[in-house]
Design a protein around this ligand. Structure first.
Ligand SMILES: *[C@@H]1O[C@H](CO)[C@@H](O)[C@H](O)[C@H]1NC(C)=O
Ligand SMILES: *[C@@H]1O[C@H](CO)[C@@H](O)[C@H](O)[C@H]1NC(C)=O
Ligand SMILES: [Zn+2]
Ligand SMILES: [Zn+2]
Length: 299
């Protein structure tokens, strides 16, 4: 009697312990944009649990401001979704159709697509070449950039930066140096570098908290702030790995922000906000090069 009771008890204890250990892993496996799945198919007039989260999502990326604090799919939300759909070349249905929701669920940069309502498509510089839109790069409001006395920039990795991130970031700086007048050199943190790279998680003291695995992967500030933050909760890798985010691809994008480029809606461009896991996108595209040349008047 006694031994079997003891083993039942320990089996119970082990199962409980295993579950407790696995739970955080299981919840991590889901992307932090997963909540968008439950609103798929909804439209104006609906009231579906999760709509408030969609409003917060669209607010975070600049598509909504001062929204209602409920799950009502209202006019304001419909119009925000239309703007989002126009930006991403989706059919402007104003509904949370499957294509729109899938687009919204791709991991992305945390920098808003629209800042203070001023970087909408309308204010973007669009160049036409033989009738085709070939350029949709954008700058931050007020076109902040580095002064010509600051073309030799220094950068430092802050404490806690994993070693595996350093070479990919170095190569990303080299990519921009190869296409601009900038040079980048690594210095120690105490030498007050112009640019800093660090790994942060959740709320980390700026106004842009990270969100765990998936969702927002990184962000960086416009000139001359110099901060570039990776979300430490992502599965960071070098190259194309299932479920992993390529350190170098993300660095090339974020350095674009550090230099003054905002998001581009050219899917091919480095400054496009979304990047799927297991995807490598490390080389500047014509849109990125035209953008940086235009900002700094390089011929
Ligand atoms: C956006 O507007 C707020 C408040 O008007 C202002 O403090 C902030 O600097 C603006 N941001 C940019 C990037 O222009
Ligand atoms: C930068 O240019 C040099 C010289 O052309 C080349 O060897 C190097 O591979 C380039 N680096 C990157 C990261 O593009
Ligand atoms: Zn970005
Ligand atoms: Zn941050």
């Amino acid at each position: 009697m006694a031994p079997s009771k003891a083993s039942t008890l320990s089996l119970f204890t082990i199962t409980t312990l295993l579950l407790l250990l696995l739970l955080p892993l299981l919840s991590h496996a889901a992307s932090s944009f997963e909540y968008l799945n439950q609103v798929k198919g909804s439209r104006k007039g609906d009231n579906v649990q999760g709509i408030l989260d969609v409003k917060k999502h669209l607010e975070k990326f600049g598509y909504l401001s001062g929204h209602s604090q409920n799950d009502d799919f209202d006019d304001q939300l419909e119009s925000a979704i239309k703007t989002y759909q126009i930006n991403y070349n989706l059919e402007a249905t104003g509904r949370l159709d499957a294509k729109t929701v899938s687009n919204m669920m791709i991991p992305r940069c945390g920098v808003p697509d629209i800042i203070n309502g001023t970087t909408s498509m309308i204010s973007r510089k669009i160049q036409h070449h033989e009738g085709l839109t070939v350029s949709q790069y954008a700058f931050f409001p007020g076109n902040p950039k580095w002064p010509s006395s600051k073309y030799r920039l220094t950068y430092a990795f802050l404490q806690g930066t994993p070693n595996q991130a350093k070479d990919p970031v170095k190569r990303a700086f080299q990519t921009w140096a190869n296409n601009t007048q900038f040079t980048f050199s690594q210095v120690e943190e105490y030498r007050t570098p112009d640019l800093t790279i660090s790994f942060q998680r959740r709320d980390h003291g700026d106004r842009y908290p990270f969100d765990g695995r998936g969702g927002v992967t990184a962000h960086a500030f416009s000139p001359t702030d110099g901060r570039f933050h990776y979300d430490a909760d992502e599965m960071w890798v070098v190259g194309s790995v299932n479920g992993g985010m390529d350190l170098q691809s993300i660095a090339v994008h974020e350095i674009g922000h550090l230099l003054g480029l905002d998001h581009s809606f050219v899917e091919d461009a480095i400054m496009y906000p979304y990047l799927n896991t297991a995807t490598v996108k490390r080389n500047l595209k014509p849109d990125d090069i035209q953008g940086i040349k235009n900002l700094y008047n390089i011929k």
